[in-house]
Write a protein that binds this ligand. Sequence first.
Ligand code: ADP
Ligand code: MG
Length: 385
Amino acid sequence: MSDQQSILSGFRGRFGRDADALWSGPGRVNLIGEHTDYNDGFVFPFAINRRAVVALALRDDRMLRVASSFTEEIVEISLDDLSPETVSGWSAYPLGVAWALGQKGADLAAVAGFDAYIDSDVPIGAGLSSSAAIECATAVALDEVWNLGFDKQVLVRVGQLAENKVVGAPTGILDQSASLLGQTDAAVFLDCRSFESEVIPLGFDAAGLELLVIDTKVSHAHATGGYADRRASCETGARLMGVASLRDLTVADLPRAESVLDEETHRRVRHILTENQRVLDTVRVLREDGPGALGALLDASHASMRDDFEISVAELDLAVETARTAGALGARMTGGGFGGSAIALTPHALIPAVQQAVADAFTAAGFTAPDMFVVRAAAGAGRLS
Ligand code: ADP
Ligand code: MG
């Protein structure tokens, strides 16, 4: 996160006046539970100490103007023209949230326009949800300045609606839940069917553990790539198994799935059912044995995504294997897949060794040098000043 003064002066530079206040929303890393969210299953993400900040001031008219530190462009639209068809590109995230608040009951005919300036240190497309960081920062900002009083569960749905209908990415509620509900040194155990959530202490600090993110720099495209394809496979699997969603099945149903489904769909379904179980096991292991005992679950999750769900790539596999060999307790790719980041749960003292080993392995393989950094579980979206 850039310092607050530079964000306030960024706002001033674009709009020629002062911002009313700053709000921020964190990116997230998903510790375990991948592609389970849209199957009504379990996920276990945490908000990270990398954030999008929105500086915002209300206007006297109905115009919405959004700007970002990453572009010179200022996007303008009237509240009266706001719809999924009229916004596109990066502005679909903040403007999509404004539209989605209207869909969830805000009276957009009665609110004032705004100027907003976004700055973020969540890397784009690294699997850390730079998009949810912007959505959630914008959602808490507009909830406050428009006096909506929406609770966080509603703001989660607002972010998801913006992403689904305005951006056009068929994503679940994982990212926005982590970004809105996260707490320091804790993760959000989320049931994507009931939307119930529980904040579970991680205890990484006390155990001397760090979560190393290895951004492979391989880019992914949720809206057009294999994400939608995997989602369709899960729907097919559920339909052929005679259930509303894969959440209605457990690992005990795997033998029947194998006899009913074609080989590929069976493997897709097996990933979801075993991954749901691994999330439950992760929460139990954290409570009973602490974070030092999570390695095998992270490793098994990666193997399942690589072999059954087939959403890994060579760079992610190399990052995971190398981190493990160099001393990480466990490692897995995280996020939607087809690129993005791996995470490695690593004793503090071994972080430099793991980073060096991964850098060397990528050089030897002829891959682009990865970006590596430690993330800490941080507080969810809210007002900064
Ligand atoms: P991620 O996994 O990082 O969420 P997405 O493709 O979902 O990847 O979202 C990335 C998009 O979010 C970018 O292409 C851009 O449109 C928008 N975005 C991210 N960071 C910023 C920023 N600082 N300013 C403006 N738009 C941003
Ligand atoms: Mg995203």
